[in-house]
Design a protein around this ligand. Structure first.
Ligand code: HEM
Length: 233
């Protein structure tokens, strides 16, 4: 039995609520595509090519919700084997989420109101970066570089959670202005959400993950010039 600290429950609860609309809302789309009722706003692209969006929704759900478990120190310390098993599943899910996101960005036919050139290119760059960061994180942990592994995973996770920040910003915009953002404004808000997440990731990496610097100079001096009884006389 794993014992989580109060702060870890709070962190997991926060991620759960934060990911709720894109992750759980996405499952409603999957049910619709499987023949269920249409509850989410209509998406003609999903009806024309359902496979990539179904893969995308299921894999990003795993990556965002189950992936949050990987950041809990108690699981890492008390059950390192569980961290490794979940990590493998999450790494694969993250790669499928990024690849299917890239596929839809390029092959789905969007109107200018839904995806302009700027959003297209940012999605291509960030989808590719998310994939590269996950692969880099796996390579890093195989060579036992914990800092590089966790920093890469935090950055990939920040890109993935862009969907949640985009939802929060989109809803806030509707509440503030009474209308949904469209066209270049929508693209700008979506890109802004990713910028915020990546800034948050960098702050977290610098403040919590970066290993403390050790007084290297003194150590190496001692190692190179050991004092012997002869030198002391
Ligand atoms: C890993 C976290 C992510 C989550 C939780 C997520 C969530 C979702 C959801 C729920 C949908 C379905 C929207 C609908 O039903 O109409 C969707 C669609 C889409 N996502 Fe993601 N996504 C994630 C990452 C990404 C990334 C990194 C990219 C960029 C490469 C991306 C690009 C897209 C595109 C292009 C669509 C199709 C949008 C449409 O047809 O209107 N997603 N995403």
């Amino acid at each position: 039995m794993i014992r989580l600290q109060k702060s870890e429950w709070a962190f997991f609860g926060l991620i759960f609520v934060y990911s709720f609309i894109p992750s759980f809302g996405g499952l409603i789309r999957v049910l619709e595509l499987a023949g269920g009722p249409q509850i989410a706003p209509m998406n003609p692209r999903a009806l024309l090519a359902p496979t990539p969006i179904i893969l995308h929704i299921l894999s990003s759900f795993l990556f965002c919700v189950v992936g949050a478990l990987q950041f809990l120190p108690s699981i890492r310390h008390q059950r390192p084997a569980a961290h490794r098993v979940i990590g493998r599943v999450i790494a694969m899910a993250g790669c499928v989420a990024a690849l299917s996101g890239l596929w839809m960005t390029h092959f789905y036919v969007f109107t200018e109101a839904l995806q302009g050139a700027s959003l297209y290119w940012v999605r291509i760059v960030l989808g590719t970066s998310m994939l590269a960061l996950i692969i880099w994180a796996v390579i890093a942990i195989r060579s036992r570089n914990i800092y590089r592994h966790s920093a890469s995973m935090v950055r990939a996770y920040a890109i993935g959670q862009g969907a949640a920040t985009q939802t929060v910003i989109g809803i806030t915009w509707i509440i503030a202005t009474g209308s949904e953002a469209m066209g270049p404004l929508r693209d700008g808000l979506m890109i802004f959400a990713w910028v915020l997440n990546l800034l948050g990731a960098e702050i977290l990496i610098r403040s919590m993950l970066r290993p403390a610097k050790r007084p290297q100079k003194k150590r190496s001096l001692i190692a190179v010039r050991p004092s012997t009884p002869r030198e002391e006389t």
